[in-house]
Design a protein around this ligand. Structure first.
Ligand SMILES: [Zn+2]
Length: 466
């Protein structure tokens, strides 16, 4: 790949009309990318073997030497890495864990996972890692249409979160105005600043975007669509990828540019993001992380073909401080390999669930996000907020599945028996599951800037009240 500048270095003479942040990488033919990946993979495996306690041990235990890696397929000889291993390694070697592969003197930043499923896991970054991180975020934001001159409100949590400070740094790297408000300032603070600085881009969770639009008239005395936002984007939970939610956000924010973004804390700088066509999210960083699909039950690799589904694992290709190999994310993807009209190469994907949140309703596998998708189709009469209410912990559930969905403001659940029947019918037809749908009045679900739980366990679950 001689002659290819791998990271785009922004300059004052950059063509702002160009569609890609880094055209040589984002449009590289798949075969050529595969060669680049292999070259980088060899280097990464070699350096981890030499510098990471965890990987030295794992490779030795597996009888695998870095020189054994001749093709990408050979990577299958290295065992998976799990979150449990990272946690255990961190107990023993705080703060970053036994996989740390750069000396502490070269680590200049840390972030952490939210800790929603246990103790937070910390990630460290060298200056080199931050450069890759900036690049990866810029590829996404540039594709969304963010340009120098934009005032970008970061509405994610800034405290420790990897979409907090690292995003702010990347916004500056892109050349736009970083407005580091953070979810910590809540709706009042964020909306006032957005109005005062004439913000043009919002980044945050979809729940927060919806909540801000709902609160704007009360807090500012104006509709969100009159604030002048051009791009509304983010991720961290399901929402921005659902067509019905996109349409609702387009309506309330007054822009067609509503985009989804996905990554996980441990995976950075690997990111997935929509392009303007929103036909699944592109893996924007095939040069920084190798993504593969496995069968979550057997661990067998699955082919990345159009429509294939499986858990995604990744192997960093260019990470120093906290690189991971064959890391099991638990996220279940559906991938698309047909070319996208935007010209980017490589695959696109949607997250269809988590390997640990799948329910089995009398033998039918069901991801809560699939139910959410159906509920979203009934916006704007519903807010799109919903929860599956279990009597006891899954994954096995006896039908009917209890689903609680929230009506929009001004809609009386008592008058909506026909909508309830229609939703139950669509879920049965599309997902093969019988549900007892409870329509709840507006305001039932707590509004937060963070993730909304799709499944709750209420041991003495209320009977359906609708
Ligand atoms: Zn595209």
């Amino acid at each position: 790949m001689q002659g290819v500048t791998e990271l785009h270095v922004p300059s004052d003479t950059d063509d702002l009309a160009r569609p890609y942040w880094n055209a040589p990488i984002e449009t590289m033919p798949v075969e050529q990318m595969r060669d680049l990946q292999l070259r980088k993979l060899k280097r990464q495996v070699d350096s981890l073997y030499r510098q990471s306690r965890l990987y030295r041990r794992k490779l030795d235990d597996a009888g695998f030497k870095p020189g054994d890696l001749r093709t990408i397929d050979d990577l299958a000889g290295i065992p998976f890495t799990t979150k449990q291993e990272l946690r255990a390694g961190q107990e023993e070697y705080p703060p970053f864990g036994s996989h740390q592969a750069a000396p502490m003197e070269r680590i200049v930043r840390m972030t952490s996972t939210a800790g929603t499923t246990g103790k937070p896991v910390f990630q460290g970054y060298t200056k080199f890692d931050i450069a890759q991180r900036n690049e990866s975020i810029c590829r996404g934001l540039w594709g969304f249409g963010v340009r120098p001159g934009d005032r970008v409100i970061n509405g994610f949590a800034l405290s420790m979160f990897n979409a907090g400070v690292p995003f702010c740094t990347a916004i500056e790297h892109l050349g736009a105005v970083d407005v580091p408000v953070g979810a910590e300032r809540r709706a009042e603070g964020l909306l006032s600043i957005a109005r005062d600085v004439k913000a043009t881009v919002f980044i945050g969770t979809p729940s927060f975007a919806a909540y801000l639009a709902e609160k704007a008239p009360e807090i500012l005395g104006m509709e969100a669509k009159d604030l002048g936002f051009r791009v509304v984007c983010g991720g961290g939970e399901s929402g921005f990828e659902l067509p019905a939610f996109q349409r609702e956000m387009e309506r309330v924010w007054g822009t067609r540019h509503v985009y989804d973004w996905a990554s996980t804390s441990d995976a950075h700088p690997n990111v997935f993001a929509h392009c303007a066509h929103r036909a699944g999210k592109h893996q924007l960083t095939p040069d920084l992380a190798l993504v593969q699909l496995i069968d979550p039950a057997t661990g067998e690799l699955k082919e990345m073909s159009e429509g294939a589904e499986g858990e995604y694992i990744f192997t960093h290709l260019d990470r120093q401080a906290c690189a991971l190999m064959r890391y099991r994310t638990g996220d279940i993807l559906r991938v698309y390999t047909q070319p996208c009209a935007c010209g980017r190469t490589g695959f696109r994907m949607d997250i269809i669930g988590r390997s640990d949140d799948m329910l089995i309703v009398r033998g039918v596998n069901l991801f809560p996000s699939a139910v959410q998708s159906v509920i979203g189709g009934f916006m704007p009469k519903l807010t799109g907020k919903m929860q599956i209410v279990l009597r006891e912990k899954g994954p096995k559930v006896e039908p009917p599945l209890h689903v609680r969905a929230e009506c929009a403001a001004g809609i009386d659940p008592a008058n909506e028996a026909s909508m309830r029947d229609a939703i139950e019918k669509v879920i049965r037809r599309d997902l093969g599951v019988t549900t007892a749908l409870e329509l709840a009045s507006f305001g039932t679900f707590e509004r937060t800037a963070t993730k909304t739980k799709l499944v709750v366990v209420e041991p003495a679950a209320k009977e359906s009240v609708s």
